[in-house]
Design a protein around this ligand. Structure first.
Ligand code: TYD
Length: 147
């Protein structure tokens, strides 16, 4: 099925200069990039992005993480990938949420870590399913930014 997925290179990925590496890994999918930009993430945007985790004890730290407050790098790179099974293909290369459980050849398995506070710093975000992808793309992009 053709679909679209939101990919974020999180502040730890930018700080560790992993952008080129992540884009190269994602290019293995042969998907098409239909939008890309650097975004300064407000508290509101971070909270809305992770609204499904609002009740979790790590939520406040997670919001600070996405805002770049933990890495002195207050931005993320946001992209939309489009194509056949885009959501699943990107999730496979990103790897499991917990970087210690992620396959060692996945982006999260290779570059993620768990902080001393227990937060997963897992380098990239990739939409989990169709409904989330649609919601997240609307949150991060204006229609005229998608080509
Ligand atoms: P989630 O949406 O469950 O996973 P994914 O990013 O794989 O779609 O969680 C969002 C982020 O919250 C996740 O990327 C890292 C962080 N997180 C933790 O730090 N600890 C946790 O126990 C979970 C579930 C998530």
């Amino acid at each position: 099925m053709l679909n679209q997925t939101l990919v974020l290179i999180k502040p730890d990925g930018l700080k560790k200069s992993l952008t080129g590496n992540i884009l190269t890994r994602l290019s293995e999918t042969k998907l098409e990039i239909i939008a890309a930009k650097i975004v300064r993430v407000s508290k509101k945007l971070a909270e809305e992005h992770y609204m499904h985790l609002k009740q979790e004890p790590f939520f406040p730290e997670l919001v600070l993480y996405l805002q770049g407050e933990l890495h002195q790098r207050k931005k993320v790179m946001a992209m939309i990938y489009w194509g056949e099974d885009a959501i699943q293909k990107v999730r496979d290369i990103a790897g499991a949420t917990n970087p210690e459980e992620a396959s060692s050849v996945s982006i999260r398995g290779q570059y993620g870590r768990i902080t001393t506070k227990g937060l997963y710093e897992n380098v990239v975000h990739a939409s989990a399913n169709d409904i989330e992808a649609e919601r997240e793309i609307k949150l991060w992009f204006q229609p005229d930014e998608i080509i």
